[in-house]
Design a protein around this ligand. Structure first.
Ligand SMILES: [Mn+2]
Length: 290
């Protein structure tokens, strides 16, 4: 199964401008489990997307030079070993001329992914779309829980700009804004989509950006099939506006889309996740090489 069900000439791992890495990690999810099925559901949903995009007026898979899909890996069942395995896997796949887009799996995958990208791009900063701050030191006894990845990233000295946040623990509140973090709380949204987008982009330091999209950052009516749905999130075109501006103004060196928890009768969520990846590739394609 490859993303968009592309023919071999458009999914060759040696030449493609994008590599899709499925990471079916589901170790620590706190409410509804099932994120292990996320990557396969996104790949399946992607086979129903038209290859032409009516916004960028072209075929993103061709514009980007091909989209390769890595085989779904077997990940260790022990959290620390799983983190090491993901970091090693990602490090081996990083290329300057190719963007790695990982599919979760739970949000825990983001820490080892950011570690791998940070080695290659030392000035990296992160844009986090999420309902939750994910800044807990530990959760349920684990530093690798999906409630903790942004805390681990902060410890790497990497700046995170967070958008859509509307579920915060008291222990996380003092960490929301500081030298290494800027948080746009969902309830504080003001102004037009364009103004909000510009405000977020201008808060991101540097040029090299890793984008992490926890699907619960989007509104729960749009993506109900997530482990921990929260109302009041980003709308579809607001999200696309942000992704498009990000690809135009910054260099997106890596990305992930995580926390899809596919369920019976909820395949609309799989479609949202797949189309989000498709749109991201479309925006990367029109800005590549500039
Ligand atoms: Mn998250």
């Amino acid at each position: 199964m490859n993303f968009l069900d592309l023919p071999p000439e458009l999914s060759d791992p040696e030449r493609s401008g994008v590599m899709i890495l499925p990471l079916p990690l589901d170790l620590t999810v706190s409410w509804k489990s099932g994120t292990a099925g996320g990557p396969a559901a996104i790949l399946e949903a992607s086979s129903h997307i038209e290859h032409y995009d009516d916004e960028v007026l072209g075929k993103p898979a061709s514009t980007i030079g091909g989209i390769a899909t890595h085989a779904i890996p077997e990940l260790p069942g022990e959290p620390a070993a799983a983190m090491e395995s993901i970091e090693a896997l990602a490090s081996g796949l990083l290329r300057r001329e190719r963007t790695l887009i990982s599919l979760g799996g739970e949000h825990s995958v983001t820490w080892p992914l950011v570690k791998a990208h940070h080695e290659e791009w030392p000035d990296l900063s992160v844009l986090q779309i999420d309902a939750h701050a994910d800044l807990r030191d530990t959760y349920k006894g684990s530093p690798f829980n999906h409630a903790c990845p942004m805390r681990r990233i902060m410890e790497l000295g990497v700046h995170v700009t967070a958008v859509g946040i509307r579920s915060v623990d008291e222990s996380e509140a003092p960490l929301l804004d500081g030298e290494l973090r800027t948080t746009f709380l969902a309830h504080e949204r003001t102004g037009s989509v364009e103004e909000r987008t510009a405000g977020i982009i201008s808060a991101i330091p540097g040029d090299d950006v890793y984008l992490t999209i926890d699907l619960d950052g989007l509104d729960s009516s749009l993506v109900p099939a997530v482990g921990t749905p929260v109302p009041g999130g980003l709308e579809w075109y607001e999200t696309l506006s942000l992704l498009r501006a990000l690809c135009r103004e910054k260099r997106v060196v890596g990305a992930d889309v995580v926390e899809l928890c596919p369920g019976e009768g909820l395949h609309g969520s799989d479609s949202v996740a797949a189309r989000l990846v498709f749109k991201l590739i479309a925006y990367l394609g029109i800005n590549r090489g500039k």
